[in-house]
Write a protein that binds this ligand. Structure first.
Ligand code: NAP
Length: 234
């Protein structure tokens, strides 16, 4: 079976790690990014490692019209894509308690992590159904952790997790040949958290390899929430 994947937010961090290891596992990779220079830099680094990225695609989750145009082009140029990894995301302001969250911050975080991700997924569904494909969402648990609970971010991811559960149920119920599931990578040292390196944190490489292993394990994960590493006390 041909394996062709679009990974969003793939120019750095966890997305880059996922692309690296899916590439090593024989996937043809389309790198989703919102900036040409950052995309090219990532593609060059991957090329130096012998990983072939076939193209980059502009995916800006804040630009819904732009997503329509990108998916239209993707359908023309890469009609055999059979995996979407919804990885792109933003943290929102993690430094404020819930009751001081600014509406602007809440809105921005939900717009990118939920609405943009939902709309890209919706646009990709006809193509993925045609190719009996899969959707993997990179997310966090929505239960409250006593150690870590930034409201705008967790709320946006809770909505994303609900999208996964309901889509999984309805794909089964309506015989839509797509599998969708969540992966929580656990605390990972990236720009999203100011490159924190506390105990319990892992690198994007470690996480990328594990995500690729799950994608390659040949099992059905419909509707699952797979936790690679839990959130632990700092
Ligand atoms: N790091 C962790 O501890 C952790 C834990 C659990 C889950 N996650 C999830 O893992 C995913 C990746 O995060 P990361 O830690 O790798 O963060 P990161 O290093 O900051 O990377 C985020 C990626 O998302 C892209 N992005 C940001 N805003 C976007 C938008 N509006 N449209 C499209 N792409 C956008 C960024 O592109 P630019 O370079 O253009 O900004 C970048 O490629 C996120 O969904 C995050 O919630 C992270």
């Amino acid at each position: 079976m041909k394996k062709k994947v679009l990974v969003t937010g793939a120019n750095k961090g966890i997305g880059f790690g996922i692309v690296e290891f899916l590439g090593k596992a024989g996937w043809e990779v389309l790198l989703g990014a919102r900036d040409a220079q950052r995309a090219q830099k990532a593609m060059n680094t991957l090329c130096e490692q012998g990983i072939r990225v076939i193209d980059w695609i502009r995916i800006d989750l804040n630009d819904l019209k732009g997503l329509e145009e990108s998916v239209r082009k993707l359908k023309e140029e890469h009609p055999d894509v059979n995996l979407l990894v919804n990885n792109a995301g933003i943290p929102g302001n993690m430094a404020v308690p819930s009751y001081e969250t600014e509406i602007k911050d809440l809105r921005e975080t939900i717009e990118v992590n939920y609405i943009g991700t939902f709309y890209l997924t919706k646009l990709m569904i006809p193509l993925l159904a045609q190719n009996k494909g899969r959707i993997v969402n990179i997310t966090v648990p929505h239960e409250i952790s006593p150690y870590w609970h930034p409201m705008a971010y967790v709320a946006s991811k809770a909505a994303q997790n609900t999208m996964t559960s309901i889509m999984a149920f309805e794909f089964e119920k309506n015989n839509v040949p797509i599998e969708i599931f969540d992966i929580h990578p656990g605390p990972t040292t990236t720009d999203l958290n100011g490159n924190m390196t506390l105990p319990g944190f892992h690198t994007p490489d470690v996480v990328g390899e594990k995500v690729a292993e799950i994608i390659e394990d040949g099992k059905s994960h419909q509707g699952e929430f797979i936790e690679l590493y839990p959130i632990v006390e700092e």
